[in-house]
Write a protein that binds this ligand. Structure first.
Ligand code: FAD
Ligand code: SF4
Length: 511
């Protein structure tokens, strides 16, 4: 039986059981395709990183004497579409079986289903052997429950996988969650060791992307590319994180600073989402490192990190498969405004947005709070269409793959799912941004001023949003305090708020 095995760009799992079996007559295929580079405009670094990681993995397999076929983006025989390429290969090489791994994206899942139905040869699908959970585990966990609170799922995961547990029911340290101690502003007091930098030359790949005429966004320094694109590099980022950053991960998880893009964040999302490294080995390394250094590192740093991966990451995967395809159409608050142009240029006087977007365009990266409380917050306060917001997040970030992008963007950040992922909308006025960052210090706008010229746009937009959307939040317990503060505002103040908010919403690119 001559078998063709497909490996998608985000299925670079070195330890998959496929590679441990008898390899006679098994041939692996990788494809760089326009269907993947074109479904949204991606950051140049994202495309380059995926191609580079795919090529490195293909080379790794060849070195171990696996048989590999590789379609690079400008290959003559590459028809740029999965179905065409597969049919052509099966015919040419006389394959008698087709095998693939479960895609993490709904779009590709459906496409592969369809392709297999139309093949003349049998096909079989395998797990990717990457996640802790299957596609349906979360759905089963919440069966019969009204609310899908992440915390309960997280505790179940901790117990099930025995992570940070003293025994089968008690958490290490006596608490499940140390979130409250993880909320500090960074004022330069804890030194940040310089970024782990590979300074790789990837000019060849960038030239190929350009020659193919692929439309991209953002910039790249092709002579000094610093994202890990091989398993060794990914592991060295993980080691570097344990040694240098874990000690303050939780403390400054929500902090933002004009001079520090990464602060104490791990930058492991691309390595995990492409499956070069596995969430189990990430968690094990971090927990082991902590056990060896528990006198220097507080449990709150470690728990905060484990929660992101064992909790949020698996939770988002489960929500995606529970809610798709309907999720991609959700727009509970009926928001319709276009995303401001400055999301593609960083050309705005609002310093927080300018910095977060400039950094995203330069590095294909922003950390969670920049995504949620700066760009996401502004998009929601100005009532942008979730389709436009999703397309931007799906394109700009190195780690953006729909299963984890859409649940975070449409769900957590834009409240377009009506409260499945987040129990209340993540919106704030300028005071939260001022509390967690140094952005306001040199801003054109005055964060203390509520309305009128030079007032921080987030201030009027915030109260205006709550007022305009009040019908959606009337019964939301977690919004009670804010709604009653809103109700106490005088009609004159509300008038000023509306005037200022309206002028910003009418032309956000003027601000
Ligand atoms: P760290 O802060 O070091 O966290 C460690 C790991 O935890 C991350 O690598 C990631 O795998 C996981 N993690 C943390 N938060 C989340 C979360 N909310 N959901 C799922 N996993 C999480 N993450 C993506 O991987 N891809 C996306 O496309 C994506 N889009 C987002 C869009 C919005 C609007 C928001 C608010 C968040 C988004 N996130 C996304 C989640 C989070 O912002 C990134 O995972 C994180 O910033 C990646 O950087 P890091 O590896 O340095 O993370
Ligand atoms: Fe952003 Fe307002 Fe602060 Fe300026 S003053 S940085 S617009 S929050």
């Amino acid at each position: 039986e001559k078998t063709l095995r497909l490996i998608l760009g985000d299925q670079l799992n070195h330890h998959h059981s496929w590679f441990k079996e008898e390899q006679e007559n098994k041939i692996y295929v990788f494809m760089e395709m326009r269907q993947e580079t074109n479904y949204v405009v991606h950051h140049i670094q994202k495309i380059a990183a995926f191609f580079s990681a795919m090529r490195n993995f293909a080379a790794y397999l060849r070195k171990r004497e696996h048989k590999v076929l590789y379609f690079s983006i400008n290959d003559k025989g590459n028809k740029q579409d999965l179905a065409f390429n597969l049919q052509q290969l099966i015919k040419k090489h006389n394959f008698s079986k087709f095998e693939y791994q479960l895609p993490d994206e709904y779009r590709l899942d459906k496409q592969l289903d369809e392709i297999c139905k139309n093949l003349d040869i049998p096909s079989e699908v395998f797990d990717t052997e990457h996640f802790f959970t299957s596609r349906t585990e979360l759905t089963r966990f919440y069966e019969g429950k009204k609310e899908l609170t992440m915390e309960y799922f997280y505790r179940y995961m901790r117990k099930k996988h025995h992570i940070l547990m003293l025994n089968s029911k008690d958490p290490e340290g006596g608490k499940w969650n140390y979130d409250k101690s993880n909320r500090q502003k960074w004022k330069g007091e804890a030194d940040i060791p310089p970024e782990k930098d590979f300074s790789k030359e990837i000019s060849g790949i960038v030239e190929e992307i350009e020659a193919a005429g692929i439309k991209t966004m953002g910039s790249i320094d092709a002579k000094k590319f610093s994202w890990p694109t091989s398993r060794e590099e990914a592991l060295s980022v993980l080691n570097y994180f344990c040694k240098n950053l874990l000690v303050h991960f939780g403390d400054f998880q929500d902090a933002m600073h004009t001079k520090e893009a990464f602060l104490f964040h791990s930058r492991l999302s691309f390595s995990m989402n492409s499956k070069m490294i596995n969430p189990r080995e990430v968690i094990n390394s971090v927990v082991d490192y902590w056990h060896e250094h528990h006198e220097e590192i507080d449990i709150s740093q470690v728990e905060g990190f484990v929660r992101q991966i064992l909790g949020w990451r698996e939770y988002m995967r489960g929500i995606y498969w529970k809610e798709m395809p309907g999720y991609a159409q959700r727009n509970k608050l009926q928001n319709k405004a276009p995303l401001p142009q400055f999301y593609w240029t960083a050309n705005t006087k609002m310093n927080c947005l300018h910095h977060s977007i400039k950094q995203s365009l330069e590095k294909a990266y922003a950390h969670h709070i920049q995504r949620l409380m700066i760009t996401g917050n502004f998009a929601l306060l100005t009532q942008c269409d979730p389709n436009e917001v999703d397309a931007w997040y799906l394109g700009i970030y190195i780690d953006a793959i729909e299963w984890v992008e859409i649940t975070n963007t449409r769900g957590m950040s834009q409240f377009a799912d009506g409260g499945i992922v987040a129990t209340k909308p993540y919106v704030s006025s300028g005071s939260y941004i001022n509390k967690m960052s140094n952005y306001c210090k040199n801003c054109h706008y005055d964060v203390k001023k509520k309305t009128g010229e030079n007032s921080c746009p987030f201030n009027s937009l915030y109260w205006n949003f709550l007022d305009e959307k009040r019908e959606y939040f009337r019964d939301n317990q977690r919004m009670k305090m804010m709604m009653s503060l809103l109700d106490k505002k005088s009609s004159e103040e509300m008038e000023d708020i509306h005037t200022r908010a309206l002028s910003i919403r009418e032309n956000p690119d003027n601000y």
